[in-house]
Design a protein around this ligand. Structure first.
Ligand code: I3P
Length: 447
């Protein structure tokens, strides 16, 4: 495979390696130092942007959590014994600050589209347990449930998928489904809480597939175009020149037009996956990936997300490779068009890690005569989603990230060794000189 290009991070790592006083630190702590420094800087920028500045509130620790992790047969990584972690997509542009009052939060959540709040809510709930509980009593798409479970607002499409997936070979890769429950006259899907047992988790949501809108949505838009002002505004905010003169005049775009544009400015169209949101060690949720297209930038994000930890990267790779094998034999996968679904990566400092298939709100059965391949480009009517194309590229990018981390580690430890060697040589030279001088002085004295 082609050797990955050097990215600035590597250079920075190499610079660090040349600092003599660091010479005795091992490679992992050098990488950690650098990455946390960079992370800190980025968080600083983000805080300013989002108003996020609250101190980290650690997850409650307890035997119960540990027990739940031990009992799981759904753990993956060689370093991991953890079963569970969370799900859903991070579409919401809202990140709540401590300063916001409850009323504002409630309003914001009401405005946020169904199924789009989970990532934000997970983040919010982890850091502010009380806010979660307060929120749970009000309108929203997710509700807290008893320990180990979470409630997601009912969607018939997602419900049907989860029911079918419980009988499929993909079952180990999706949150366990516990049926429907009624709360406050609202139906919810009860699912496994995938964050259970993790301490200050790092979470990354990657949307998989080369297409993010349903064929049905496209057909509807062709038949009866519905201009969307909100989507025009989002488009202009990111790329003022993107709308056509006509769209500028209307100050609106159709949904498929917006979705296709989003696919083309991100890595969805080219790589078949895109990073939607990342939070590192329960820190602020970063969502500024809309224009992240290059593989180098994606790999850099993987390094920041994992803090360059080889064990975590290796565990993710192993899980994804197993998932890929399962997908190839899955009856569910062969017969379903998987659109807008994500892979949720979760790990914590202790090395517990897992990846889950989540968000099936737009996963629908393909027409019965179609057996989907998932690894070919889409054409109208084929229902192909490019899921496997995306997964392959994701695996390849993670593998290259791991190689890059390894190479950087080797290069750095070589430089460190050279520095130590240089220091030793110069120390020896100095010592030799001192001995010589002392000897000469002694001789002189004797004379
Ligand atoms: C949204 C994103 C969502 C989509 C949503 C878009 O754009 O593409 O996937 O929801 O459509 O607004 P962005 O990420 O740029 O904010 P669906 O996947 O459910 O269609 P919506 O506004 O119609 O909900």
């Amino acid at each position: 495979m082609e050797k990955p290009k050097k990215i600035p991070l590597e250079k920075e790592l190499q610079k660090v390696s040349m600092v003599p006083h660091k010479a005795k630190k091992d490679m992992q702590s050098l990488t950690k130092d650098l990455l946390s420094k960079r992370e800190g800087l980025k968080h600083g920028e983000n805080r300013e942007h989002t108003g996020e500045n609250s101190p980290e509130v650690p997850l409650p620790e307890g035997e119960e959590q540990k027990k739940s992790m031990r009992q799981s047969d759904r753990s993956v990584s060689s370093t991991s014994t953890c079963s569970s972690v969370a799900y859903s997509s991070p579409e919401s542009d809202q990140v709540f600050s401590e300063e916001e009052d409850i009323q504002t939060k409630r309003k914001t959540l009401r405005k946020t589209k169904s199924w789009k709040t989970f990532f934000t809510m997970v983040h919010w709930s982890l850091r502010r347990q009380n806010s979660w509980v307060q929120l749970a009593g009000h309108e929203g798409n997710f509700k807290a449930s008893e320990r180990g479970h979470i409630l997601k607002k009912f969607s018939p499409v997602e419900n049907a998928c989860l029911v079918a997936l419980m009988e499929d070979v993909l079952r180990p890769y999706v949150p366990t489904y516990y049926g429907l429950v009624e709360r406050d006259e609202q139906t919810y899907i009860k699912m496994e809480d995938l964050l259970m047992g993790l301490e200050a988790p790092s979470i990354m949501d990657c949307k998989i597939g080369i297409r993010t809108y349903l064929e049905e949505e496209l057909a509807k838009a062709l038949l009866k175009p519905t201009p969307r002002k909100d989507m025009y505004n989002k488009m202009v905010a990111l790329e003022p020149e993107a709308p056509t003169p006509e769209e500028h005049m209307q100050q609106a775009v159709t949904k498929p037009r917006y979705m296709q544009w989003r696919e083309s400015v991100s890595s969805t169209a080219s790589l078949g996956f895109r990073i939607e949101g990342v939070t590192v060690e329960a820190g602020p949720v970063k969502k500024n990936f809309k224009k992240m297209k290059s593989r180098d930038k994606i790999m850099e994000t993987f390094v920041l997300f994992t803090k360059g930890r080889k064990d975590i990267l290796a565990a993710y790779l192993e899980r994804l490779e197993n998932m890929q094998a399962a997908l190839q034999t899955s009856e569910f996968f062969r017969t379903h068009e998987v659109i807008g679904s994500s892979l949720l990566f979760v790990h914590d400092r202790r090395g517990f890690s897992n990846v889950w298939m989540i968000d099936f709100g737009k996963t629908t059965p393909a027409p019965p005569h179609i057996s989907l391949r998932h690894d070919v480009p889409w054409e109208q009517g084929t229902h192909e989603d490019g899921y496997l194309l995306g997964l392959r590229n994701l695996i390849a990018s993670l593998r290259d990230t791991m190689r890059m981390v390894e190479e950087t580690a080797e290069a750095t430890s070589e430089s460190v060794a050279q520095e130590v060697e240089k220091e030793t040589v110069s120390e020896k030279t100095l010592l030799k000189r001192e001995i010589e001088e002392n000897t000469t002085n002694g001789e002189n004295k004797e004379l």
